[in-house]
Design a protein around this ligand. Sequence first.
Ligand SMILES: [Zn+2]
Length: 214
Amino acid sequence: MDSYTKLLDGYARFRGQYLSEENTPWRNWAKDGQSPKIMIIACSDSRVNPVIITNSGLGEIFIVNNVANLVPPYKQDAETYHGTSAAIEFAVTQLKVEHIIIMAHSGCGGIRALLTDDQPNSDKDFSFIRPWMKIVDKAAEFTTTEKSTMNLEALASVCERRASLISLNNLMGFPWVHEALLEKKLQVHAWHFDIGSGILQAYNENTEQFEELI
Ligand SMILES: [Zn+2]
């Protein structure tokens, strides 16, 4: 079965399951609109799907997918297009989500591009990825000793986590996010998902470490 036929086959099964008369939640969502309490900012990577990883259903998670799950700094600028910022604004001011999670992951292509930028045959000529990854440039700053003692995989692992914390910090710089945090209506989290082991870690601000969630 080719990839497109497989997609249609999956849709046929979905339609049979969701459009049945007994599926009351589905009917209610259509009538009343969505009201998810969770927002997740995840990478576009096809292996990192927050709904599947958390065993959630449709209507439960408001998701933004972008390259390397980044949050840009708060900046009102009519000259550029702020897709991620617009989604955060909608989630916080309209949906009034209670949690926003930035979900990093192992083997991230965006992070890899950032780390190999100064190497020959790097991806630095990409028109859009390079400027986008600039948001987390600082996450890729390593000492000469670190560079000589850690392999690319180890550096990437650190960089993925650091980048999620830069995004977390940027997220808290949005005025309505800041306000909701002060009013204790919102909590923000940085997660890291290891694709190979399936282990999910969260940043603990008390220990300043990423720790296994369960
Ligand atoms: Zn990624």
